[in-house]
Design a protein around this ligand. Sequence first.
Ligand code: SF4
Length: 124
Amino acid sequence: MIVEAAFLVDSLAIATFALAAGASAVMTWIIMEPCIDVRDRACVDVCPVDCIYEIDDDGKSVQGVQADAGRDKMLYIHPEECIDCGACEPVCPVDAIVMDEEVPDKWNDFIAYNYKLSGLTYEG
Ligand code: SF4
């Protein structure tokens, strides 16, 4: 538990330093296809900034964006709220979470989809 807490404190410090140093953006993590119909939510429990959301039963994201057909039963990460701590990745039982730059080609559109659900436009 102490090690986990130290990890999160370090991650927050790194993100804060990066922003203070003028970094244009902190990397984000992306939730991909394996989350569909699983929604384990362990990632939600460990995220230190509560930036992992679930699409509502009405098919809309928390930010009010209509989800795609067949992709409405999954979680997503708000790219501008994510601090790149990496805490969510190891707790996902279906390996649905990766850094944006490591998303496999077959699920590349899930990068834009996480942005879209968050009410943002992915610039590429
Ligand atoms: Fe939350 Fe995962 Fe981003 Fe960390 S990397 S802030 S746990 S979404």
